[in-house]
Design a protein around this ligand. Structure first.
Ligand SMILES: Cc1cc2nc3c(=O)[nH]c(=O)nc-3n(C[C@H](O)[C@H](O)[C@H](O)COP(=O)(O)O)c2cc1C
Length: 437
């Protein structure tokens, strides 16, 4: 059996699945149930400074995007940090940590960007026995207008400064949670590293308006006729999050910096993708809010079965394995040629591949052959773009098949370079040429 035990910056948990800071982690009742269901750790809903707690809207706080089957694809929220009293949260955290010593309990914190604010909250958190802290530099709404959350995460100098304070005033490991609402994610990650962070976590939510009511002209969720941008998360954001994780994992300046991967993780497969792209563990929010805490059981068994089937013994065997294969465009092998192939037995003759190719791509798929409705790829026109595969409603009906070295590419009339596999040293590769000069 694969060993799923996780050691993330010295914080141990029985598996790499943590609940991200959000409503599922905002009180002992939820967190206890989550631990019973099998979650390896939680990042408690973000704590604010001492004093009257923030006040949330009392109307709808979520908007959503659904697929055709009404499956939730993207979730938008305008919720703030915890609206419960700081000391109530701290008391419950301490009790939960005592009850569940083998699980990771991380305190997410957001206080004003002032040294004293951080200096005073850290000992209170430390006293709970929490395993670490996560600095919430990510929330894009409500708190950012007050100079916190994404307002800090968008200024690398502030990130570095606050991380430094935290490293100075606590012995707990510091995880810096980054906002994706920034042009180049490497810059805040580098700043966090310069400040001495133990790890980064990402992504927090993305600025978004999910819909507008066309009767009232109010963005949704609508609070008495007005809406505000919210933070977007769920399956729709996974590709953005994966890319940002990979960017940090392969940046020479942050190489080796532990990453907690977050964003749209719904299945074990999503989680595995984050791990192989450089995350040391993962955090989940929307999937738990959509399907409940027990979803972790499918994640644990799926990841474990896949690792067993592939002979991966533990998480170290898979973490970062895909990072060397993330390349800049200029390094891609331009001698590699693939063509689409349609399996006639599974084709339902809907014609979507034909119309997509005909109207918007390379006119490489027939509609009729000898007067009979039949969709076939014309290899002399196919550039291997893959659009037909993506629009086909039947899984695996259309596949991409790579031409073998020496085979004729009917489109160009040239044979496939017998040497194409040696692309790193191939004379057609501009980077190889540059290196040779
Ligand atoms: C309703 C809601 C509230 C959230 N509150 C917080 C928060 O207090 N602190 C925080 O760091 N992130 C917060 N998040 C962001 C999540 O922790 C997570 O980064 C984001 O949802 C992406 O993960 P997901 O796609 O699995 O949901 C919240 C997300 C949602 C949906």
């Amino acid at each position: 059996m694969a060993d799923l035990r996780n050691n993330f910056v010295g914080i141990k948990s029985p598996n790499p699945f943590w609940l991200a800071s959000a409503p599922p982690t905002d009180k002992a009742y939820n967190v206890e149930r989550a631990f019973k269901a099998g979650w390896g750790g939680v990042v408690w809903k973000t704590l604010g400074e001492e004093g009257p707690p923030v006040v949330n809207v009392n109307g709808p706080r979520y908007g959503a995007i659904w697929g055709a089957d009404r499956r939730l694809l993207g979730l938008n929220n305008i919720e703030l940090i915890t609206d419960r009293d700081l000391y109530t949260n701290l008391r419950e955290m301490k009790q939960v940590k005592m009850n569940w010593p083998d699980r990771a309990l991380i305190a997410s914190i957001m206080v004003p960007c002032e040294e004293n604010a951080w200096k005073s909250i850290l000992p209170l958190v430390e006293e709970t026995g929490a395993d670490g802290i996560e600095l919430n530099f990510g929330c894009p709404h409500g708190m950012s207008e007050r100079g916190m959350g994404a307002a800090v995460g968008q200024v690398p100098e502030y990130i570095e400064m606050v991380v430094r304070w935290c490293k100075q005033y606590t012995r707990m490991p510091v995880i810096t949670k980054l906002t994706p609402n920034i042009a180049d994610i490497r810059k805040p990650a580098r700043a966090a590293k310069s400040g001495g962070t133990d790890a980064v976590s990402l992504i927090n939510t993305i600025n978004s308006i999910t819909s507008v009511n066309l009767d009232t002209f109010s963005p949704e969720p609508s609070i008495n006729g007005k809406g505000s941008h919210g933070g977007y998360c769920g399956p729709a954001v996974k590709p953005i999050a994966l890319n940002m994780v990979a960017e940090i994992a392969r940046d020479p300046e942050t190489h080796g910096l532990p990453i907690s991967g977050i964003g749209g993780i719904t299945t074990w497969r999503d989680a595995a993708e984050f791990l192989v792209l450089g995350a040391g563990n993962v955090q989940v929010c929307t999937a738990a809010m959509t399907y409940g805490f027990k979803i972790v059981q499918e994640m644990i068994s799926g990841l474990s079965d896949w690792m067993d089937a592939k002979g991966h013994r533990d998480l170290d065997d898979i973490c970062g394995r895909a990072v060397p294969n993330v390349s800049d465009w200029q390094y891609l092998n331009l001698n590699y040629i693939a063509k689409a192939k349609i399996d006639q037995d599974s084709c339902i003759k809907c014609g979507r591949c034909h119309i997509a190719c005909e109207d918007t791509s390379h006119q490489a798929i027939t509609q009729f052959v000898d007067g009979v409705r039949r969709f076939e790829v014309m290899e002399d026109e196919c550039v291997g773009c893959n659009l037909c595969v993506n629009v086909c409603p039947v899984q695996d009906c259309i596949t991409m098949v790579g031409l073998e070295p020496g085979m004729l590419d009917e489109r160009t009339g040239k044979t496939v370079d017998p040497n194409y596999a040696n692309w790193t040293t191939h004379p057609n590769n501009p980077m190889a040429r540059q290196a040779a000069e």
